[in-house]
Design a protein around this ligand. Structure first.
Ligand code: APR
Length: 320
């Protein structure tokens, strides 16, 4: 049986890391597409040359031609510009919207059966626009944010509790931005919810609030340190986890930006929600019940995403 084909649209910091991880994990053959000449070719060759030492079997190709992504099983989109210090993800809207148009058309023409994972920011609006431009089925187009946001939350919690990150679970809802909603009630250490751990004296509510805020600011913290771009190792790892869930029909329960129509009180929009990812793409959205406070935070986040989608429609009239 032929190996799966993974097309990476954008061969920058995240794209290159995605290619490396996909090869190391032998998820399939990798095509790196970018408008910048030489970059995808150079990264593909460099990673291929690590194959003999790593012992992986995967073909890697760099290209500027959309025809080379033909028949891809998975497309992961990072094309666009990342933010610099002082910028919010929303500041990228106008420029990255134009990029989504060309990428959406390229995927629709060459890889219409692919499972598409968008990473380009501002995430929730860009994944919506990418779906509109590509016309692919909603369950085959999603955005990577929740896996990353919850990984950041899990990492900070493991530091606070001095326990393995493997035993910490976290639950994050809403848009990928300052309004994201980390849900303490559904986040645990080996099944013990965070509010119980506060009662048990493992941490204080004040410290927990600080960790939640650090999670919300997780991307900005990295931008502030790197100064020349945004995070790429953890974002790439998160998207690879989603791609693997699809390719291996794992039915993983992962938070991601998915199309919600009739769940969580939402009508026809993309936002971060808990999903089940398997061979059908986004196979299910888990329709959790929120408390009044959680609902208020979620509504705030949903409204922020709606504002960005309206801004997209204002920029490109074909979207309205
Ligand atoms: N088609 C294909 N590739 C494009 C296009 C386009 N129309 N426009 C830009 N690119 C490429 C750039 O040439 C660059 O190589 O996208 C790549 C983006 O890479 P980086 O600048 O290194 O950005 P990266 O850190 O990978 O982040 C990409 O993901 O997390 C988000 O906010 C981040 O939106 C940003 C995206």
């Amino acid at each position: 049986m032929a190996r799966p084909k993974i097309a990476l649209i954008g061969a920058g910091q995240i794209g290159g890391t995605l290619a490396h991880l996909a090869a190391l994990k032998e998820l399939g053959d990798v095509v790196l597409f970018d408008i910048a000449e030489g970059i995808p070719e150079g990264k593909a060759l460099d990673i291929a040359e690590s194959g003999p030492s790593e012992g992986f079997d995967a073909a890697l190709k760099g290209t500027q031609s959309y025809e080379d992504i033909a028949g891809a099983d998975v497309c992961i989109v990072t094309a666009g510009v990342p933010r610099k210090p002082g910028m919010s993800r929303d500041d990228l809207l106008g420029i990255n919207l134009k990029v989504m148009k060309s990428v959406g058309e390229g995927i629709a023409k060459n890889a219409p059966d692919a499972f598409v994972i968008c990473i380009t920011n501002p995430l929730d609006a860009m994944v919506w626009a990418l779906r509109e431009f590509s016309g692919l089925p909603h369950e085959k187009v999603c955005g990577m944010a929740g896996v990353l946001d919850s990984a950041r939350f899990r990492h900070f919690l493991s530091l606070e509790f001095d326990v393995s990150m493997k035993d910490v679970t976290a639950f994050v809802l809403g848009g990928h931005g300052d309004t994201m909603v980390p849900l303490a009630r559904y986040s645990t250490v080996a099944g013990i919810p965070l509010p119980d751990l506060v009662k048990m004296g493992w941490t204080t509510q004040e410290k927990l609030d600080g960790i939640i805020q650090r999670t919300r600011d997780g991307g900005a913290e990295i931008v502030g340190l790197l100064k020349t771009g945004s995070a790429f190792y953890a974002p790439a790892t998160s998207a690879i986890e989603m791609a693997e869930a699809y390719l291996k029909d794992q039915k993983r329960v992962l938070p991601c930006a998915a199309y919600c129509d009739g769940v969580l009180g939402l009508k026809g929009m993309y936002v971060g929600v808990p999903t089940v990812i398997g061979a059908g793409g986004i196979e299910r959205i888990i329709d959790i019940k929120m408390t009044k406070d959680e609902q208020a935070m979620f509504d705030n986040s949903v409204n922020a995403v709606k504002g960005l989608v309206e801004a997209c429609k204002g920029i490109d009239s074909s979207l309205s």
